[in-house]
Design a protein around this ligand. Structure first.
Ligand code: TAP
Length: 485
């Protein structure tokens, strides 16, 4: 492991103009929360306070939902798809113009390496708006019925691992289909959503079409349960997803849930080993493993397991862990003290249950929240680290002998979001992909995302799809006309 070199990056930090405090974005304006409650958001790499943010109460959520309803009944609701598309194009272009600012802000608030926010999060967020801008005037040709109408007011709740990108996944299809939105970002990463609110103002999006309410789980719950919300779109943990599903039962609201995962990255003995090792590293250490579709279980064929693990460990000694604003950093900070605690607990349990733990030698910063890249070998299917989502830079290695055994092990978790298959044989890849109960299967690659591809899970990984033509389905009214009330 390379020794930490803290290259301060004042020039990149300078592109961000942080305000000391942020209000809620409701009806196109910045408004104080009614109770005046505020919380702080910190940099997980340094624990420095970045800003104070308003905490939206149920009354604030109500105001935002009303603003969204008013916008739906106003010019936005009557606007042609072609005109809505122009706003989406404008937003996409402003994201590109302000890409550096967005990337630095995301890295400060989330802790992810700047090279990932710069090269992945922000360009993909822009791509999502470009893609959906193209759909806005073509919905009649999307196989969604002859005259697709919006569902109405959409309540959207997102997690902290890809704050801007998850916002784009939610907001772009909703707007393309003519809905209005109230979005709650995660408590630990509100800042890029608030900068996005500024971008909506800059794009002159009609007031109330997008509303941002910041706060913790209670704000999310108030939004999900608000009677004026027609559809809920949630990305987060399976635990909270289940609570939301229970609270929506018996209401007229529609919901899409994108939840957790425990993906298998399956490496056969004919796979190109160096490429597979890169795919394993990308699969679990990208974004510190805070990825719902992370390849957190390596299933490697027994006869090549020692060789693959040996090369993997050698590769991990070259990863640089440290200052997320340094362009050479590969693994940044863990997003919060609470998440760090969870990763520690599950890793300790992995050892206690009998797996062997390994990390490269690695000097971690003394301030902030850090966890070294970690590999567990000798993992059994029943071990907690083979079943539960760690949501951190922790890989569990299991072995298999036959393709049938690989499939059985891969499918043996409550989740079914994604998987990877590494092999030279196309027929084997297709057979395995067909047997896997996973919404996304990557072949000889991992963690590739594209707005044209639908994404979503089987089993406890959620309901519905986001992205691609399929993702539009969640945002148009079911047969029978507009659901708006
Ligand atoms: P959660 O704790 O579930 O939080 C997700 C969001 O829901 C946050 O904004 C959270 O607010 C809010 N929330 C918490 N309790 C709520 C409630 N009772 N009602 C409504 N909203 C509530 O998840 P997380 O820890 O932020 O994110 C990690 C999880 O998300 C992982 O399990 C990961 O797999 C999953 N994830 C899935 C996907 C897809 S596409 N399937 C993508 C990314 C992440 P606070 O932040 O204030 O708690």
């Amino acid at each position: 492991m390379g020794k930490l070199e803290y290259a301060p990056a004042p020039e990149s930090r300078a592109v961000v103009h942080l305000k000391p405090s942020y209000d809620l974005f409701v009806g196109g304006d910045w408004v104080a929360s009614q109770g005046g409650t505020r919380f702080t958001t910190i940099s997980p790499a340094t624990e420095e306070v970045l800003a104070e943010v308003a905490e939206a109460s149920a009354a604030d959520v109500d105001r935002a939902v009303r603003a969204a309803r008013t916008a739906l009944r106003g010019p936005w609701g009557r606007m042609s798809g072609a005109d809505r598309g122009k706003y989406l194009f404008r937003i996409a272009r402003i994201i590109q113009e302000r890409a550096r600012e967005l990337a630095v802000l995301e890295t400060l608030d989330n802790g992810k390496p700047i090279k990932e926010s710069r090269d992945v999060d922000v360009p993909l967020a822009a791509a999502h708006f470009f893609y959906h801008a193209g759909w806005a005037d073509k919905l009649s040709y999307a196989g969604l019925g002859p005259d697709p109408r919006p569902v109405g007011v959409v309540g959207q709740v997102i997690p902290w691992n890809f704050p801007l990108l998850m916002l784009a996944w939610k907001v772009a299809p909703a707007l393309a289909c003519g809905n209005t939105v109230v979005l709650k970002p995660a408590e630990t990463t509100p800042l890029t959503a608030l900068l996005f609110a500024e971008i909506c103002q800059q794009a002159e999006l009609p007031p109330g079409v997008v509303n941002i309410v910041t706060g913790a789980g209670g704000t999310g719950q108030a939004l999900v349960e608000h009677p004026g919300v027609d559809k809920v779109a949630f990305t987060g943990s399976t635990e909270v997803g289940k609570q939301i599903a229970r609270s929506l039962a018996g209401t007229r609201k529609r919901a899409t849930l994108e939840l957790g995962g425990k993906a298998a990255n399956i490496v056969f003995d004919d796979a190109p080993v160096d490429q597979a090792v890169e795919g394993i590293v990308n699969g679990i250490f990208f974004n510190q493993g805070h990825v719902c579709c992370a390849g957190s279980r390596l299933l490697v064929q027994e006869n090549v397991a020692d060789e693959v693990v040996r090369r993997l460990k050698r590769r991990l000694t070259t990863l640089r862990v440290g200052d997320p604003l340094d362009k050479n950093t590969d693994v940044g900070a863990i997003n919060s003290a609470a998440q760090l605690e969870r990763i520690r607990e599950l890793s300790d349990l992995g050892e206690a249950e009998g797996a062997t733990r390994w990390s490269p030698e690695c000097e971690l910063p003394t301030r902030g929240f850090w966890f070294p890249p970690t590999v567990f070998t000798g993992v059994a299917q029943a071990h907690t680290i083979a079943q539960q989502e760690v949501f951190g830079p922790v890989l569990s290695v299991l072995t298999f002998r036959t393709p049938q055994e690989a499939v059985a092990k891969a499918n043996n978790t409550p989740y079914g979001l994604s998987a990877g298959v590494w092999s030279e044989k196309g027929s084997r890849i297709l057979w395995v992909a067909d047997q896997l109960r996973a919404g996304v299967v990557w072949a000889n690659t991992f963690n590739k995302f594209d707005p044209t591809s639908p994404f979503g899970g089987y089993k406890e990984s959620g309901w519905g799809r986001e992205g691609g033509r399929h993702g539009l389905e969640a945002y148009v009214a079911l047969a029978g006309g507009q659901e708006e009330q």
